[in-house]
Design a protein around this ligand. Sequence first.
Ligand SMILES: Cc1cc2nc3c(=O)[nH]c(=O)nc-3n(C[C@H](O)[C@H](O)[C@H](O)COP(=O)(O)O)c2cc1C
Length: 191
Amino acid sequence: MRVITLAGSPRFPSRSSALLEYAREQLSARDVEVCHWNLHNFAPEDLLYARFDSPALKALSEQLETADGLIVATPVYKASFSGALKTLLDLLAERALAGKVVLPLATGGTVAHLLAVDYALKPVLSALKAQEILHGVFADDTQVLEYQHSPRFSAHLQHRLDEALESFWQALRRRAVQPPAFTHLQGVAHV
Ligand SMILES: Cc1cc2nc3c(=O)[nH]c(=O)nc-3n(C[C@H](O)[C@H](O)[C@H](O)COP(=O)(O)O)c2cc1C
């Protein structure tokens, strides 16, 4: 199984990226191949000027095509996900997330904006035709105890991350066991 992790913060090190780093460790321990991307992999002018022929964009798009899942992390900026992440998502093909399981993660300064993922990011992931968008994890800044070096989280956040990653893992496994095609089932029903 192959998963892409995408850090949507313009900053590094960053709190939301720390959540991704933890996710990467956990998935790698389960023999999932993880390819990590962050906004610094892209030339800023390629994103700002919507250069669809950006070499980094091409490389990400190719990796996405064969990936089973995506974990995307973002800080909350002005009650939404980061604008820099949007400039990248805008450049992906319309069906870039077709057939993929997606887990969104976010960090923010206030729990008042914990729904930002639901009302802002999830509709964009849907527009990219994600097959299954899982219940995301929102962490407020006080729950990220350390993010400059080895990430450390409050026990409550750690627990929620573990649960979300378990759901992600189960969804990937379900995806790996494909049910028979619908047309085939119809054929069986008529016998
Ligand atoms: C420009 C800017 C805008 C922000 N806007 C919000 C906001 O509207 N709501 C919120 O809860 N936090 C807001 N924050 C706080 C960040 O979401 C929070 O510190 C987050 O953990 C930063 O993540 P990062 O370290 O991955 O970049 C904002 C921070 C910045 C720099």
